[in-house]
Design a protein around this ligand. Structure first.
Ligand code: NCD
Length: 346
């Protein structure tokens, strides 16, 4: 086992061997994630799930992963009901929570809060989103999904063309994705962001140092952004992180990727990804495409969040694939008909 991580705070923490090992274990755990097999390999583990910022996918997929592996967790959402609202420092909270858990999963609205936790927790910490900076576990599932989708098209990430669209300044998923992709070769990134919302210098440097190419596309040129690319990775406008000087309410039509834009300008086999949530309010122009459109990989991303996060937890807790395999048994409760089967019978 080459996996050495005791915490996972940044996409920079992981190397290529560890990534492949983590994905192998995720594949081993797929049947557990789907509810086809069961295991209680994490029995006795107590996890603190601290989400000081809103979350649907990340928190629930982590908690689903823990539940399916037989672990327990307690959850904090927001900061109203914890003592930071009484003035407690995040340093103290980190130390206190470490005494109550074996592993901490943490989302915060600001990078410095996450850093305070990383430095003061005495138990492993997984970064589930640190302000506008990073979201490394999203990158794990995004790269996993991208590899899977490319493979069915007989392509690979090495040499791929990837277009990133939207708020690339505050979009932490795009940052971690690009950092993670430093582990691959010869990628061409096409970046298409509103003025003032381009990639941070740090991400550009990491990407260029890894030998990848970055092409910036100026507005309005959605056609160039989506033409002849393997993957389009769209992101939401991070309104909650915009400062007054950013002065942008929604993406203009120049950023609207809809079925018509794809039909007219993109390759037929293009893969469209988005970390979600997409902003469905009218005028947001945030990937308004029917969820059944076969070019969308967004629900493959969300589904993959469970096995990938299961794998990460097992790796950090030092559990081997052999132990996982020995622990697997059929999941009898799963033989009840699912909703769609029921409907057919009615
Ligand atoms: C993202 C996040 O929280 O950074 N969502 C997620 O975790 N899948 C993206 C976003 O909020 O725009």
């Amino acid at each position: 086992m080459s996996f050495h991580l005791k915490s996972f705070t940044s996409a920079l923490d992981i190397n290529r061997d560890e990534l492949q090992e983590l994905y192998d274990t995720a594949r081993l755990l797929q049947p557990v994630a789907r509810g086809e097999r069961k295991t209680d390999i994490l029995k006795g583990l107590v996890v603190a799930s601290l989400f000081f910022e809103p979350s649907t996918r990340t928190r629930l997929s982590f908690e689903s992963a823990l539940g399916r592996l037989g672990g327990r967790y307690f959850t904090v959402t927001g900061t109203d009901m914890v003592s930071v609202s009484k003035g407690e420092s995040y340093e103290d909270t980190a130390r206190v929570v470490s005494g109550y858990s074996d592993l901490i999963i943490l989302r915060t609205p600001a990078q410095d809060i996450s850093q305070a936790f990383f430095q003061n927790a005495t138990k492993p910490v997984i970064n589930a989103g640190s302000g506008g900076d990073e979201h490394p576990t999203q990158a794990l599932l995004d790269v996993f999904t991208a590899e899977q989708e490319l493979k069915v098209r007989n392509k690979s990430l090495d040499g791929a063309h990837i277009t990133l669209v939207g708020d690339l300044k505050y979009g932490r998923t795009a940052h971690s994705l690009m950092i993670m992709l430093r582990l691959y070769q010869n990628i061409t990134f096409r970046v298409y962001a509103p003025a003032g919302l381009g990639l941070p210098d740090k991400i550009i440097k990491i990407t260029e140092d890894a030998g990848h190419k970055i092409e910036r596309i100026d507005e309005p040129n959605i056609k160039r952004a989506v033409a002849n690319t393997d993957i389009i990775y769209a992101t939401r406008l991070q309104k909650e992180r915009l400062s007054d000087k950013d002065q942008i309410e929604a993406f203009s039509d120049a950023y609207r990727i809809d079925a018509g834009v794809l039909d007219t300008h993109a390759r037929e086999d293009v893969i469209v990804m988005h970390p979600l949530p997409r902003d469905s309010r009218s005028g947001s122009n945030d990937l308004p495409i029917d969820s059944q459109d076969p070019r969308l990989a967004i629900f493959h991303q969300t589904d993959n969040g469970v096995p990938v996060r299961m794998s990460l937890i097992c790796k950090i807790m030092g559990i081997s694939d052999d132990d996982i395999e020995k622990s697997l048994s059929p999941f009898l409760a799963c033989q009840t008909p699912n909703h769609s089967q029921k409907k057919k019978r009615e």
